[in-house]
Unconditional design. Structure first.
Length: 190
């Protein structure tokens, strides 16, 4: 649907969402690049905080009644994994994430077990993978910048393709605004 045919309120909502994205980009991009340049603990803390945000969002989607407890248990596993990865022990971080997933699964209801168990390694991979890339002294910073570029281009392509083309929803129960057009647009942009 063309922008001119949309009701004024819908266009205003999309405009304010885009403005929020632009403002958060103006804050987070320099922070991401700056901590990537510095490496070490600033980089680990940045990605640890991002992973906690992902864990919180995931748990609030799949098990809001257990949110606080799962954030504590999953967050403890994430914190230990980030610390281990920050000290150069990537495999130990992976083991901690696996143990955190098993622990979270054991402590939750059966119908939510798989979803909760997946939250810890999913969020942990967000923190540990960039840290492992950054450990290479010669090319680590460039490898992380390349990763950022791919992720950012995918996100931009998906956002604008989804907004411009619309169409059938990708997984409306989980994320009602994501469309197949956006998924394909993000893939092509990357």
């Amino acid at each position: 649907m063309a922008a001119a045919n949309r009701p004024l309120r819908a266009r205003a909502l999309h405009s304010s969402e885009l403005m929020l994205r632009v403002c958060s980009t103006l804050v987070l991009v320099p922070l991401a690049i700056g901590t990537a340049y510095l490496g070490g603990w600033p980089f680990a803390l940045f990605w640890g905080a991002a992973a906690l945000g992902v864990l919180w969002e995931w748990i609030s989607l799949v098990a809001p009644s257990e949110e606080r407890f799962m954030l504590l248990t999953g967050g403890a596993a994430l914190a230990l994994a980030v610390a281990l990865a920050g000290m150069g022990h990537a495999w130990a971080a992976v083991v901690v994430l696996a143990m955190g997933a098993l622990g979270a699964a054991a402590l939750t209801l059966a119908q939510q077990r798989a979803w909760i168990a997946g939250a810890v390694p999913y969020a942990g991979a967000l923190a540990v993978a960039p840290m492992v890339l950054r450990t290479d002294e010669q090319d680590g910073f460039l490898a992380v910048l390349f990763l950022f570029a791919i992720v950012w281009m995918t996100d931009i392509g998906a956002y604008f393709a989804g907004r411009a083309l619309g169409g059938p929803k990708l997984v409306p129960q989980v994320s009602p605004n994501k469309t197949w057009a956006g998924a394909v647009g993000g893939l092509l942009e990357a």
